[in-house]
Structure formats: C-alpha cells, structure tokens
Write a protein that binds this ligand. Structure first.
Ligand SMILES: Nc1ncnc2c1ncn2[C@@H]1O[C@H](COP(=O)(O)OP(=O)(O)OP(=O)(O)O)[C@@H](O)[C@H]1O
Ligand SMILES: [Mg+2]
Length: 363
C-alpha cells in the first residue's frame, strides 16, 4: 500500500437515483480526483449516503455512469468494485476479536492464516492499535472500535475508501484527533476517498475538496478556502461557516464598484471578484467582517447604527446579535475588548474588502 499504487479518479456522469416517487439524486456530474479526499456536506436527506452507496455499488443507479479510472463500473456489484467502507455504526462483529474482525475479509478471499496474521499486524499498526488483536469490540472505546473498522477496510487494499459519518458517535475532543488520523492515513496511502459528514468544521479540516449538496443536487464543489471565500449561492454561504446574507444595491460608478445598504455606501476594492451586474444583489457578510464599536456622533460611511439584542460571553470571544436598519446581524468580538451589553446603542463597521458578492441567479 504505497502512495500512487491505488490512485484512481472516480467520475460520475448524469447520475440520478429514484426510490419509487422519491428523487434522491438528480443530474450528478462530478469528478473525485485521484488520491484526494472529498467530503460531501449538506442537510439531512440531501442524498449524501445515497451518493456514497452508489459509488460503493451497494445501491444501483436509475441512470448515468460511474467510472473508476477508465473502467465503467456502473453494473459491477459492490464486491467487484474494490471499495472499502467505514460506517457511523462501526458494524463490527461483536463475537469476534479485533484480529478476526480485521482479518475477516482476507479470510473470505481464502488468504492463508499466516499471511492474514501478518497483514492484520500491519494495518493495526497503521491505525495505532498495535497489540489489540485479542480484544473484543465491547472491550474497546468508540474511537478504538472505529479504528478497527478503518483497519478492516484498509486490509483489503481498496481502490476507494468511503466514510459515512465515521466520527459522529465519538465525543467532540476525540473526534478532532481521529479526523487528523484519518486524514493522515488517507494521505499516506493515497487512496481516493469520499467522506460524508454533517460537521462543516470537520469537512473544512480534512478535505482536499468539499461538495455541498441540497435536494439531491450538487450546488458547489471546490477546495475549502474557495467555498468559504467564494460561495456561489446564499445557501453555500450559510452552510459553510456562518454568514449574514443581506440585500444591497451594487453600483458601478466612474470610481469603481460600490454597494449601498442601510444608508451607507461602501467602495469595493478594484481587485474584488464581482460575479453580478449592477442592481440589487445579495451580499454575504461573515461575522469576522463586522466589527462592533461604541456609538459615536461622527458620521462614518462604513458603519451602520444598531442596538445590541444578544451579547454572550464565550471565553475567547463574545457573540453578538445587533439589530440594524438592514436586519439582525450576527457577529463576534474578542473577549479582551469591553463587552457591549444587551440594549446598548452601537455601530457596526463593515470591512468592504471582505464583503462577498453572491452571484446573480443562485439559490
Ligand atoms: N431505500 C430507500 N427507499 C426510499 N427512499 C430512500 C431510501 N434511501 C434514501 N431514501 C430517500 O432519499 C433521500 C436521500 O437520502 P440519504 O440517506 O441519501 O440522505 P443523507 O443526505 O445521507 O441524509 P442524512 O444526513 O440524514 O444521513 C431522502 O429523501 C431519503 O428519504
Ligand atoms: Mg446519510
């Protein structure tokens, strides 16, 4: 299992899936690049598990094609696709030891016992479970059980690794180190991987690319940074990180682009990507782009007047909701600054260089 050996690209073209009346996936066209880890992110019921099962062969398509490299695998069964799967539920055999669980797949392939023992030792080492061969699943923590499940998938040297919410039964502290381990394993083996999660910070942390799905469709695919800084729709802006989506008038004047909102006028930098024509547009204002300041009588064209409606001390930061003429805005400030209290009159400074203009015609 060396990097490069198992690298394959996965291509889905025009894939759709119906369960009787329910349309679970529609017009899926996507390439999962060789050797990368891509996460599927989206609300419950948007089709993430269905997409994963279709790649694995556990589910058939209603139409379209799936290629592993140049090979059309659309009609191949799961066992003939060389895919390893790791589920949320671990799905270990409770009456078998770690060694028997991990070696199970090789046993089915009639691999000699000595060879199985050897390979089990190698993969247990890879998932940091050296020496755990004789334990039973109920003698392991949730994190350790999930490592066994990963080892069981790895031992078959799959071309593709699929993870369906592998960490959602694990407590949040351990989840962080487990996700790093999975990322490290994926990078050292180079196995093309698809990873489903509900947790956007997990998605941003482990992925080469993130796919955002909604109602059975792919809305946007890209590296974490581009999804965060260039969301192509209000939905993606809200789903990846937090966002205040507001309406504004985009004006293309002699001195460049400006946006007008709530009586203020912000000049946008020349270098800014503006994917919309002048007129009414939607802007995404990330919390970190808004800064709360004490009320002042000096007019400032970059500040909106407002009143604090929520003020919550969270340790390193303070979270605020501020009612302004353009609606309620959510923002944060560092806790070392004086806390503005509920009911206080403040002003909200908007940093123009960090404004995101959402493309026209998006959801
Ligand atoms: N076997 C099935 N029969 C009928 N409908 C199904 C079946 N499997 C999934 N669906 C439907 O297809 C849609 C997509 O389901 P899917 O399980 O892929 O969602 P998901 O994104 O994984 O959701 P979650 O985040 O809750 O796991 C849902 O409307 C679901 O009810
Ligand atoms: Mg699911």
């Amino acid at each position: 299992m060396k990097p490069g050996e198992t690298n394959i690209t996965i291509t889905l073209s025009k894939v759709f899936k119906r369960f009787d009346e329910v349309s679970a996936l529609e017009d899926i066209n996507v390439v999962f690049e060789a050797g990368t880890l891509t996460t599927l992110l989206g609300p419950s019921g948007c089709g993430k598990t269905t997409l994963l099962r279709i790649v694995s062969g556990l589910e058939t398509v209603s139409g379209g094609e799936i290629l592993f490299g140049n090979e059309n695998v659309t009609d191949l069964s799961a066992t003939r696709r060389d895919v390893g799967m790791v589920f949320q539920s671990y799905a270990l055999f409770p009456h078998m030891t770690v060694e028997q669980n991990v070696g199970y797949g090789l046993g089915v392939l009639k691999t000699p016992q000595e060879k199985i023992k050897e390979q089990v030792t190698v993969v247990l080492d890879m998932v940091n479970l050296a020496g755990y061969q004789a334990r039973y699943p109920d003698e392991l923590s949730g994190g350790q059980q999930q490592r066994v499940a990963v080892a069981r998938a790895l031992i078959l040297e799959p071309k593709v690794l699929l993870f369906d919410e592998p960490l959602s039964n694990i407590d949040s502290k351990l989840r962080r180190s487990m996700r790093e381990e999975i990322r490290h394993l994926q990078q050292s083996t180079g196995i093309t991987s698809i990873y489903v999660t509900h947790d956007q910070s997990e998605a941003l942390a482990v992925s080469d690319e993130v796919v955002v799905m909604k109602d059975g469709r792919i809305l946007q695919k890209g590296p974490p940074r581009s999804l965060y800084h260039r969301p192509e729709s209000a939905f993606v802006a809200n789903f990846i990180g937090e966002s205040n989506v507001v309406e504004a008038l985009l004006v293309n004047g002699t001195d460049g682009n400006r946006v007008e909102l709530g009586g203020i006028d912000l000049a946008l930098p020349d270098s800014m990507h503006i994917p919309a024509k002048p007129g009414m547009v939607k802007l995404s204002l990330r919390p970190e782009v808004l800064h709360i300041e004490a009320k002042s009588d000096d007019k400032d064209s970059e500040c909106l007047e407002g009143i604090v409606t929520e003020s919550a001390y969270m340790g390193p930061i303070i979270e605020y909701s501020v009612k302004t003429t353009i609606g309620d805005l959510f923002t944060r400030g560092p806790a070392y600054e004086t806390q503005h209290l509920k009911g206080e009159q403040v002003r909200v400074r908007i940093r123009p260089d960090e404004i995101i203009v959402i493309p026209a015609c998006s959801e």
